[in-house]
Design a protein around this ligand. Sequence first.
Ligand SMILES: [Zn+2]
Length: 117
Amino acid sequence: MMKNILTNKCPHCGIGRIFKETNIYFNFRRPQMYGQCPTCGFNYQKELGFFFGAMYVSYVLTVAQGIATFLMASPFFEERFDLGIVGVIAVVLVLLSSFNMRLSRILWIYLFKEYRK
Ligand SMILES: [Zn+2]
């Protein structure tokens, strides 16, 4: 399942893609999503506003990445809470924002893959 999540695959058949672009990692274009799986027809958007909840997943990912960046960057600064770290964290989070948006939607689809309306 982790492999399917990280390779942008449908939770139902594991073959069709969720996002139209093949590279979900370093792609800064506006995400293009399929409404349904092109292979099995699995409906990705369960109801109107379904992906509003993916915002919470994105928030958790962003906080975790911010903390990880702080822990990795802090040895390179003399003071424990140097303001320069904030700039480093901001740059990392901006670079990861497009990836987080895609990953959070994929995780949200996988969380509710059993839910049928
Ligand atoms: Zn499918």
